[in-house]
Design a protein around this ligand. Structure first.
Ligand code: ATP
Ligand code: MG
Length: 505
């Protein structure tokens, strides 16, 4: 019978050989899972939230090569044996069923996230009724001895223990020897290294604001970075009256359900400068369009089309900027959603792709129409039920063309008034339609060097008033009563932006 054995010892068996991972090699490889500082910190914060922490204090302490990052929580903490188990790479198998509030899956995050940023990980934890216990992974020590030697104490005790004076239970994760953030030889007086360190604090703050916004908004968790509270970033502008929210959809999937909620955000014209800038999010409008996938309310993907789309997968394009779709999944379908160790990716299971594509297509269409038609389009339907637009997009011999709507009252009034000169107006409209500078407009918008003006910007109100009056008279002469005529004007592009002037008629 083969026996368990220490690393390096040969086991005699005809049937197999034991090929243990070599600690010195594996521990270095675990560093390369591909975390950024912000995703690594989020993996530690996940553990704190899963341990019912109400407060999480993140500290960035700059001291050149001796700099330190600590993440301290007031969660339930760990006993000594639980801490040793937690420090083991692969502490719980991914196939073990987890509680509904557990944000973990692989039994790896604490280790892989930490090793991706530092060479020394100290964890100090105190559970109810117990004294604080400490364990340390020191990569250099493991490599030197080529054994998984977990140290029982570390030099970073001070940081962790001082923090527990405030709380009865909790856990401190302390990263030192930050070789991925601070290059060797950089000292505390190196201003450019210090600036880089500070920039990374900002990125972490923005990332956490996005990833945990549901917990922060609900007041369940407070996250502090160097004693400053992190505010959540909500992607949906839910309280804005011009935001469109599609009816909720529930897609059954195996034992669980997927909750789909589509939003079309208001056109830029409907937002103040501050609202527009803040809703853009840390990565900007285009990067933040698409699906927001939440697993147990923790955001995995802050805007992505998830490889959906037919016949070709959708890519991010400016005219879908206003589409944001909230998708809630639970942790019992992690495998089917292809969850990765970093919790930064999810791909929908094949079975639900078609339905998701169908639902998202509706949101995309609406978002495109609001984006293209400014202001109130699509967001609130007028009493007349349809907006009257001067331009219409049509297809001729398979090509996209733009026609002037002859039924638009401003146009039909002019044609009628022209009498025998109506054919001249017709040929002028044709010229305009055949030479719409689409390429130029496309380039201007893509370059974003200048914003496109709102209708009538810089035009004297007296001009708009006189135009409005002409159309009003035309409508009422054709037998439409005053109130209907005013309502129609309010639903008529571009006058829909000038309801105050219409009310004065
Ligand atoms: N701050 C903490 N408070 C209490 N327990 C913790 C804390 N951090 C980690 N643990 C315990 O350590 C275990 C291992 O954490 P680790 O992040 O390595 O894996 P995981 O969270 O189980 O899965 P994943 O790899 O998906 O993150 C956790 O399951 C939890 O029991
Ligand atoms: Mg974890």
């Amino acid at each position: 019978m083969p026996k368990t054995k220490a690393y390096g010892q040969v086991v005699q068996s005809q049937k197999y050989e034991i090929a243990d991972p070599r600690p010195s090699a594996l521990i270095e490889s675990l560093r390369s899972v591909g975390y950024k500082l912000s995703t690594a910190i989020a993996d530690i914060v996940d553990n704190s939230i899963a341990a019912d922490a109400r407060n999480i204090w993140i500290r960035f302490k700059w001291a050149g090569a001796k700099s330190l990052i600590s993440i301290i929580d007031d969660g339930r903490g760990m006993t000594e044996s639980a801490l040793v188990e937690a420090m083991r790479p692969g502490s719980i198998s991914p196939i073990v069923e987890r509680s509904q509030t557990d944000l973990g899956r692989f039994g790896l995050g604490l280790k892989t996230a930490s090793f991706s940023q530092c060479r020394r990980l100290t964890v100090i934890s105190r559970s109810k009724g117990c004294r604080a216990v400490t364990r340390v992974w020191d990569l250099d020590y493991v490599v030197r001895h080529d054994e998984w030697r977990l140290l029982r104490s570390g030099d970073e005790l001070e940081e962790g223990v001082a923090s527990f004076a405030k709380t009865e239970t909790g856990t401190a994760v302390i990263w030192t020897h930050l070789d991925r953030i601070i290059t060797q030889g950089e000292n505390a007086n190196d201003a450019s290294a210090h600036n880089r360190f500070n920039d990374s604090i900002d990125q972490v703050r923005q990332h956490l604001a996005v990833i945990y916004h549901r917990f922060i908004e609900a007041g369940e968790v407070r996250i502090f970075i160097n004693n400053n509270l992190v505010n959540g970033w909500n992607p949906y502008l839910e309280n804005h009256k011009a935001t469109y929210r599609a009816p909720d959809e529930i897609i059954p999937f195996g034992k669980s359900k997927i909750y789909f909620r589509g939003y079309v955000l208001p056109h830029k014209d409907m937002l103040t400068h501050e609202q527009y800038e803040s809703a853009a999010g840390p990565l900007g409008w285009t990067a933040h369009q698409g699906f927001y996938v939440y697993r147990n309310r923790r955001l995995l993907v802050p805007g992505d089309w998830l490889g959906l789309g037919s016949p070709k997968p959708w890519i991010k394009a400016e005219h879908y900027n206003l589409a944001r779709i909230c998708l809630d999944i639970s942790n019992d379908a992690d495998n089917e959603w292809h969850l990765d160790v970093k919790k930064s990716m999810a791909r929908p299971p094949a079975l639900v792709k078609e339905r998701l594509t169908e639902l998202a297509e509706n949101i995309r269409k609406r978002a495109r129409s609001v984006f293209a038609h400014r202001g109130k389009y699509g967001a609130r339907i007028s009493p007349i039920s349809e907006y009257e637009r001067p331009w219409e997009a049509k297809t001729r011999q398979g090509y996209r063309i733009y026609k002037i709507n002859r039924g638009h009252p401003a146009v039909s009034q002019a044609i009628q008034a022209a009498g025998t000169a109506a054919p001249d107006i017709e040929s002028m409209l044709r010229i305009l339609e055949e030479t719409v500078p689409v390429q130029q407009i496309w380039l201007d918008i893509a370059d974003q060097t200048q914003d496109v003006a709102r209708p009538f910007i810089g035009t004297d109100y007296s001009v708009i008033r006189s135009d409005l009056r002409k159309i009003y008279i035309f409508l009422t002469k054709s037998g439409i009563d005053r109130n209907t005529a005013l309502a129609r004007l309010k639903a008529m592009e571009p006058y829909n932006h000038y309801t105050n002037l219409i009310n004065e008629l």
